[in-house]
Design a protein around this ligand. Sequence first.
Ligand SMILES: Cc1ncc(COP(=O)(O)O)c(C=O)c1O
Length: 400
Amino acid sequence: MTYMFKKNKTMSNQNLGLETQAIRTQLERTQYLEHSVPLYLTSSFIFEDAEDMRASFAEEKERNIYSRFSNPNTSEFVEKICLMEEAEDGYAFATGMAAVYSTFAALLNSGDHIVSASSVFGSTHTLFTKYFPKWNITTSYFDVNKPETIENFIQQNTKILYAESPTNPAVDILDLELLGKIAKKHNLILIIDNCFATPYIQNPIQFGADLVIHSATKLIDGQGRVLGGVTVGRSDLIREIYLFSRNTGPALSPFNAWVLSKSLETLPVRIEKHCENALKVAEFLENHPNVASVKYPFLKSHPQYEVAKKQMKLGGNIVAFEIKGGIESGRKFLDKIKLCSLSANLGDTRSIVTHPASTTHSKLTEEERLAVSITDGLVRVSVGLETVQDVINDLKQAFE
Ligand SMILES: Cc1ncc(COP(=O)(O)O)c(C=O)c1O
C-alpha cells in the first residue's frame, strides 16, 4: 500500500514499460483537468466532520492528514520509484542521509548488529562508527573485494546486511545475487543503496534485496537543484519506517517531491546519455600515460566486470581513476580543471571532478582511507551531459 496515493485509472493492471511508468504514473486529475500534476503546497488536509477525522487517524480511511505523514506530491514520487524498482511500498525523505538514518533507526534495536561493506558513503560510515554505538548498535565491515568472507562477520545478533553497488567513490561492484543468497540463508534484511545505479540501471529487489535506498539528490534530480531521498521495498518493513518517520519528521517537502517526480520523467533518456559519455571518458582515461588505473563498471578491466554486466543495464556515470603521483598530483590536477566543476555533488548535468584524499576523506589516516578503497591518487569524475569531447579536452589539458 502506498500512503494516500490515488492511481491514475488508466494505469492499473497494465504491463507498461519503465519509461511509460516514469512519465504516466500520476495523481488523479483535479476538476481543472491539468495535464501536468500541480504542486500541493499544504501542511495539512481538512476533514468533513469529527467521524471523518477519527476514522482517518485510526487508518480506517486511506487519506492525507498532515504532510509530515503523506502528501499527494510525495506519494506520486514514491509510487513511481516503487514501480521502477518493483517494490511493494516506500517512503520519501528530505535527503538521502535521512533515508539511510531513518531506515536503520526504524528497524534496529539496542544490541543489534549490522554487517556492512567496508566501502560505503562517508556519512553512512560515520553513522555506523560514531552514532549507532551510542545506542549499542554495532557494525562489522567486510572487504568489498572479498565477498567470500561476508559470512565470517555474521553473528547471532546480526539483523541487517548493507552495501552500495557501485560504491562511492571507488566504483567497486558487489554481487547482489550473492548478497541476496547470504541474506536469505541467515535471515537478514538486505538493504542496498542504489544511488549510483538509479532504478533505470539496476533493480536490487530482483536479486533478493528487501529494501532499496536512493539519494534522489544525485541522478534522480540530475540537475543539482534539490535534496531528496527514498526507501522502497517490502511493505512490512516500510510500514515500520513510515511509523518511525511520521513521528520523527524527516519527510521530503512537497515542492522537492514535485521537482523529483518531474525529473523521473526524463531519467531514462538522461541516464542513457550520461552512461554513453562516461564510457567515452573512461576509455580516454584508460589510454592516458598519467593514469595508473581506471575503474568503470563497463570497462573490461574492471575487476568485477562480469558481475557488473550481470546486474547492470549500463555502467553508470561515475568514473574513478588513479592519477600517477599520489595526493600532490591529485590536488594539482583539480587546480587545472577549467570546464568541469569542483563540487561535492554528483549526478548533475554538469561534470564534476573530486579528489577524496585531499578533501572529503582528508581527516582519515592513509591506512583508514585504504580500508575504504580510497587511494591517495583516486580522482572521481561524475560525467555530465555536456558535449563529451569538451569534458575529455578539459581532463586532457589538466593532465598537461
Ligand atoms: C551512495 C550515497 N548514499 C547516500 C548519500 C547521501 O545523500 P544526500 O546527500 O542526499 O543526503 C550519498 C551522497 O553523496 C551517496 O553518494
